[in-house]
Write a protein that binds this ligand. Structure first.
Ligand code: LRH
Ligand code: MN
Ligand code: MN
Length: 386
């Protein structure tokens, strides 16, 4: 196989998981701008996700968020997904929208609230059993707003205890992905604020516990690719929540603010053998002011472009430059790959996969947007506040 053929073959195996909540209405704490044609049910979100997969060929799974995607029969939902050409992916827990969680969930000072949160997490594993999902994705809004508000160490102990109970409940082939975020909604101290804390908990728990890197969850200037490289070396990188940030947890289209950062991350993934591993490449985004389905298609394409560039790095030339201390050449080799226009290559890849080379144009022509506007009246806010 030529090198280019190998790159194309790798691109054809790409899998980006789209989040159910990205298809629904969303907004900021200031305003949710409702859009026409948004899904009213989890099934309608899956139908939209199926369009994204049909047009890109690389978005075969959809993450659920519980209770936003609550249904009576999860096995039937999995079947519905399959009938539409997609599969259910990670199950995301939600222990942040209940009044009871004002002071936290599994780190709350009250054992009764901790029990309620734990029961929810265990229920999420029951759902995984029904859907056949591999991953339980845990993000905790837990933290404190004021120094002294609660005991930082005791909260870590409570976290350890609850995670251990969820870990024990995992079946064969199931994983727990622990997501960190440095602030928000807690402003003083967050209980899982960084990769180090997530890593320490996952290490103690065992092999099935891995860290999730949400690209929006770091302080400005953080070298995320270094975190990726480190977690990969330690076999503890479970997945990504891809999105883009200008300021905080903006949840904008991945690759929008800093496509170079996305390339650097994907380069470390490729470099560390993560591209062909079990890493879950998920989007975690909200499309507050733009049309949702084309925005998700655009996001998937942005991941593809960063991946194509990462796969094109001339590793031999890079290695030589690095070994000989040729700083400028090493940087130039990396930049050559980044500056390559990979859009024609990806258009070819799509054509070889039997797809339209331009998924967004194909979506516009498909009539799906008009169809859902006509058919779906009274769309619900599918994410925040639902
Ligand atoms: C928290 C987060 C986490 C949630 C999602 C809706 O900011 O990134 O992944 O589950 O947003
Ligand atoms: Mn996230
Ligand atoms: Mn987030």
């Amino acid at each position: 196989m030529t090198e280019l053929a190998a790159v194309k073959a790798a691109l054809k195996t790409q899998a980006v998981e789209t989040p159910s909540w990205a298809y629904g209405n969303s907004g900021t704490r200031f305003k949710v701008f409702a859009q026409q044609g948004v899904p009213r049910t989890p099934q309608e979100k899956l139908a939209d996700a199926a369009q994204v997969h049909a047009l890109t060929g690389v978005a075969p799974t959809v993450a659920l968020h519980i209770p936003w995607d609550r249904v009576d029969d999860y096995a039937a939902l999995a079947k519905y997904a399959q009938d539409h050409g997609v599969k259910l992916g990670a199950i995301n827990s939600n222990t942040f929208q209940d009044d009871d969680y004002k002071l936290g969930s599994i780190c709350h000072p009250d054992p009764g609230v901790r029990r309620k949160a734990l029961d929810h997490l265990l229920e999420c594993v029951d759902i995984m059993d029904a859907t056949g999902s591999r991953d339980l994705k845990l993000w905790f809004a837990d933290g404190t707003n004021y120094p002294g508000q609660d005991d930082l160490r005791a909260r870590q102990d409570r976290l350890t205890q609850a995670l251990a109970q969820v870990y024990q409940r995992l079946g064969d082939g199931q994983r727990m992905l622990l997501e960190y975020k440095f602030f928000e909604p807690a402003f003083y101290a967050t209980d899982v604020p960084d990769w180090g804390t997530a890593y320490a908990h996952c290490l103690k728990l065992g092999e099935k516990a891995q860290v999730v890197v949400d690209t929006g969850h770091h302080a400005p200037g953080t070298n995320i690719e270094f975190i990726v490289a480190t977690l990969l070396r330690e076999n503890k990188l479970g997945g990504f929540d891809f999105n883009s940030r200008f300021y905080a947890d903006d949840d904008l289209m991945v690759g929008a603010a800093d496509p170079f950062q996305l390339f650097r991350i994907m380069y470390e993934v490729v470099r560390g053998g993560g591209y062909t591993s079990d890493i879950a490449f998920m989007l975690d985004q909200c499309h507050n002011i733009e049309a949702k389905i084309p925005a998700i298609i655009r996001s998937v394409m942005n991941v593809q472009e960063a991946t194509a560039k990462a796969l094109l790095v001339d590793t031999e030339a890079l290695g030589t430059a690095q070994r000989t201390g040729d700083v400028l050449e090493a940087n130039a080799v990396l930049m050559d790959a980044y500056n390559t226009d990979v859009r024609p290559l990806l258009a070819e890849v799509r054509e070889e996969m039997g797809l339209d080379p331009d998924p967004i144009a194909a979506y516009r022509r498909s009539g799906w947007a008009q169809k859902i506007i006509e058919e779906r009246v009274g769309g619900q806010q599918a994410g925040w506040g639902a």
